[in-house]
Design a binder for this molecule. Structure first.
Ligand SMILES: NC(=O)c1ccc[n+]([C@@H]2O[C@H](COP(=O)([O-])OP(=O)(O)OC[C@H]3O[C@@H](n4cnc5c(N)ncnc54)[C@H](OP(=O)(O)O)[C@@H]3O)[C@@H](O)[C@H]2O)c1
Length: 326
């Protein structure tokens, strides 16, 4: 089978297409023919060795896929054969290998897809959907004014909709282009601002009624965080989910203390037991299948053009979910 291997760190062109043996499902596992493999921004960072952890090379990238069950290991329920499933590899004992023609996963982690849910949309609901879902579960938006950063991206586009749905009093979006702001508005944001403008934090603060936001969901990090803090209300909560790009110093933390503000970390994986994963994914799948949550597809690339998929994310051209189609 074909797979996309990373054997040295660097730009998008270090992604190589290789031939490797098709995996055999072990006892308790299923073999899945991949119809869509999700691409995530953290993989772009990982490829350039800019992520919070340095992975061991060589590795086949990809932590999520959706497809059909093609073969069963011993002791797997025969009714799973041929079914359409999501494979959240990141939660399994072999968390990588999704950019490939086939993956194997423990049968208990293969989550059935409703008929109305496409393979592409299912990939959007794994890392990105679960991140949006659990960010809001950890810091609930009901009755609060909230700021969503990178609001047209994979996580951001779902976060805007779910925060609105869960009763935020105001959802303000920030993103990097006019088209992205329009997308955030179409998804239900009450207002949207370009954070390329020097006075953006004053503008969003005004949009939040002058006092600032009750909650800021920061999935961008870097120098953006310090500017966003100017828009956080007294007693407000900054939720920090941009792993590896934490860039505030002692003076910002001291200012937060004087304003009774809190800083809350967010990391998806430690929050996911197998039961919780299946329950959250099933809930997200039903929301999309039932038309209550929209997935924005931001680019379909053939497997052998994984480098182009990475380029679109890295150059900030993508919106919503980017997928590879083997
Ligand atoms: N903590 C966790 O457990 C967890 C889990 C999943 C994802 N995340 C984080 O959530 C964030 C969003 O992930 P995603 O996969 O949905 O990506 P994404 O938002 O679809 O794509 C990345 C977006 O980030 C923005 N961005 C800001 N600065 C950038 C830069 N220097 N280079 C490239 N893009 C930049 C761009 O949007 P604009 O042009 O609008 O700025 C870009 O489109 C990532 O930071 C990811 O690491 C965290």
């Amino acid at each position: 089978m074909r797979a996309i291997q990373l054997s040295r760190f660097g730009g998008p062109d270090v992604l190589d297409i290789i031939e490797m043996p098709k995996p055999e499902p072990q006892a308790g596992e299923v073999l899945i023919r991949v119809h869509a493999a999700g691409v995530n921004f953290f993989e772009v960072l990982m490829r350039g060795d800019r992520y919070a952890v340095t992975p061991q090379l060589p590795m086949v990238l990809g932590v999520e896929a959706a497809g059909t069950v093609e073969a069963l290991g011993h002791w797997v329920d025969i009714s799973l054969a041929g079914t359409r499933v999501a494979a959240p590899l990141f939660a399994s004992k072999r968390p990588l290998g999704g950019y490939a023609d086939y993956v194997t996963i423990d049968a208990s982690l293969a989550v059935p897809l409703p008929d109305a849910l496409s393979f592409e949309d299912a990939t959007a609901l794994m890392v990105q959907g679960l991140t949006a879902f659990h960010l809001l579960r950890q810091s609930p938006p009901a009755g609060k004014s909230v700021l969503v950063t990178a609001a047209a991206g994979g996580v951001g586009s779902l976060l805007v909709q779910l925060a609105k749905r869960q009763g935020a009093s105001a959802v303000i979006a920030v993103a990097g282009s006019r088209a992205k702001l329009n997308l955030a508005l179409s998804l239900g944001a009450d207002a949207a601002f370009d954070y390329g403008m020097s006075d953006w934090s004053a503008r969003v603060r005004e949009a939040a009624g002058g006092a600032g936001f009750d909650i800021i969901y920061d999935i961008v990090g870097g120098s953006m965080t310090a500017a966003a803090l100017n828009a956080l209300a007294p007693c407000g909560e900054m939720v920090f989910a941009a792993l590896g790009r934490y860039a505030i110093g002692a003076s910002e933390l001291e200012a937060m203390i004087t304003r009774n503000q809190s800083l809350r970390g967010f990391a998806l994986l430690p929050l996911l037991s197998a039961d919780r994963l299946r329950a959250s994914l099933s809930e997200l799948f039903q929301l999309v299948a039932g038309g209550q949550l929209a997935v924005t597809q931001g680019g379909r690339y053939p497997l052998d053009q994984a480098n182009e998929a990475h380029r679109s994310l890295e150059e900030r051209r993508s919106t919503g979910k980017v997928v590879l189609i083997p």
